[in-house]
Design a protein around this ligand. Sequence first.
Ligand SMILES: C[S@@+](CC[C@H](N)C(=O)[O-])C[C@H]1O[C@@H](n2cnc3c(N)ncnc32)[C@H](O)[C@@H]1O
Length: 260
Amino acid sequence: MDLISEDDAALLVVYGKKGKPKKFLVKVKRGKVLHTHKGSIDLSEIIGKEWGCVIETSKGERVEVHKPILTDYIEKIGRATQIIYPKDAGFMILKSGIRPGDTVVEIGTGSGALTMVLANFLGRSGRLYSYDIRRESLETAERNLRLLGIDNVVLKHKDAKEGIDESNVDAIFLDIPDPWEILPQVHERLKPNGPFLAFLPSCEQVNKTVLKAREVGFGLIEIHEILDREYESDERRTRPAPWMIGHTGFIVIGRKISRS
Ligand SMILES: C[S@@+](CC[C@H](N)C(=O)[O-])C[C@H]1O[C@@H](n2cnc3c(N)ncnc32)[C@H](O)[C@@H]1O
């Protein structure tokens, strides 16, 4: 049975007045105490217990102990930049057509949120080459990747405008302010019919990207925006949560057409 051990990561959840969950991502250590607004939690107590168990704080409040999944990590990772949220990352992966074992390039590592999702999907037999111009971003991303024990990513400190080193790549993901500047190289480095997927916060960027993508030889160009509205439900009513992530960005996708 998969029991909780020392040094495991655990997601502890305590509930506020209106049933709102407050989440704590912790490393389990004997003797370590977590202090929350609902009392303290002795982490020694959960060692040897089953995942999904329920314990109590020092004030007798309920604490759920969950085994963290990828989205839990993404919510809590250190950030050096804006990140791509799971709602967008999941859609981008599906629309890229990539499969475990593929070779993928990412331009704009940032904090590594999309990097984590891509690397997790590609698996041990896959390879992700991720470029960033800023050392600070790469350092943050490296720390975040280490949290998950991800080892199929090659982080590259390089301006992608100076060239993409890999060729015959299955897909290229771009999260930089001006992807249109490098679409000619992206086209050259993709395998036949390979897709690019660009994440862009503004309509002006979308337009420039689409026009350039047509010019350099991408077909089946699509533009999407993904909206995710969370709901809350109790004995009295079910309704949209008062807060939502209003706008993240647009996703532009194109598939390489061979120049004949
Ligand atoms: C918004 S962040 C990417 C966030 C990332 N997708 C995530 O989910 O954490 C954009 C990153 O692109 C990098 N960048 C901008 N222009 C670049 C270029 N020409 N080549 C490589 N990286 C670039 C920036 O340094 C920044 O870290």
